[in-house]
Design a protein around this ligand. Structure first.
Ligand SMILES: Nc1ncnc2c1ncn2[C@@H]1O[C@H](COP(=O)(O)OP(=O)(O)O)[C@@H](O)[C@H]1O
Ligand SMILES: Nc1ncnc2c1ncn2[C@H]1C[C@H](O)[C@@H](COP(=O)(O)O)O1
Length: 204
């Protein structure tokens, strides 16, 4: 079984993925952030590094897709390949930080890869508003993310809302996380587990 956690930067994906993986004993797949050769440069100069970063994330995420297909294990994944293309790359193109030529080049590779990608059995969307995302990004304290603008986060949130509203590839669970503290409050984590189990009934 393949579960994926989706949502904007700082929504709590990595935290929830880690907690669910421990709770259910599922294998977890995380994003390539700490050893990413482009991310810090990207935040310093988005226009210069956007194409290189998108190609890097696409390759790294496709490696995960391959592992999921081949492993036969229960896997929980922190962010999907769809988000790279439909949220981040599209938004950079909208913001003129990724040229049309580079975006079209990227999109043609993504479209080829798409035929090998299966949707997760359950997609869990962590919905959060921009002020709360800013608080959580600040709390996490990655220095290079200090330059993330409210405008950038808002545009990503709009893309997420549109993508989720149109998502029909598989089961979808939307969790509004702004009033939940699943890190500190066991009852909030319990609330999320109940929702997941209701969705997974029949898949286990
Ligand atoms: N529901 C929550 N309540 C309180 N703190 C949270 C919550 N979700 C995430 N955090 C905190 O916010 C920060 C960002 O979370 P993270 O899981 O890294 O987000 P993402 O992977 O979506 O970018 C971390 O410091 C984490 O501990
Ligand atoms: N495809 C992407 N393009 C640009 N930036 C991306 C992409 N995928 C992830 N990121 C960034 C956003 C954050 O700074 C880090 C980690 O993501 P997070 O949502 O905090 O787990 O990578």
């Amino acid at each position: 079984m393949h579960i994926a956690v989706t949502g904007n930067i700082g929504a709590g994906k990595t935290t929830l993925t880690t907690m669910l993986s421990k709770h259910y004993g599922w294998d977890a797949q995380f994003e390539d952030v700490d050893h990413n050769p482009y991310l810090e440069d990207f935040y310093a100069d988005m226009s210069k590094w956007s194409f290189a970063l998108q190609v890097y994330f696409l390759g790294s995420r496709f490696r995960q897709v391959k592992e999921i297909r081949e492993s036969g294990k229960n896997i929980i994944q922190d962010r999907t390949i769809y988000e790279d293309a439909h949220i981040f790359a599209e938004n950079l193109n909208d913001m003129k930080l990724l040229s049309d030529r580079d975006f079209n080049n990227y999109a043609s590779v993504f479209n080829l890869m798409k035929s090998f990608v299966s949707a997760p059995d359950l997609l869990i969307y962590l919905k959060s508003d921009v002020p709360n995302l800013v608080k959580k990004i600040y709390k996490r304290g990655r220095e290079y993310e200090a330059s993330i603008s409210i405008e950038y986060l808002s545009k990503l949130n709009q893309k997420y809302e549109k993508w989720i509203a149109e998502y029909t590839e598989g089961k979808l669970l939307v969790i509004e996380v702004d009033d939940l503290d699943f890190v500190e409050k066991p009852e909030d984590f319990g609330f999320i587990l109940e929702k997941i189990e209701a969705e997974l009934n029949g898949l286990f």
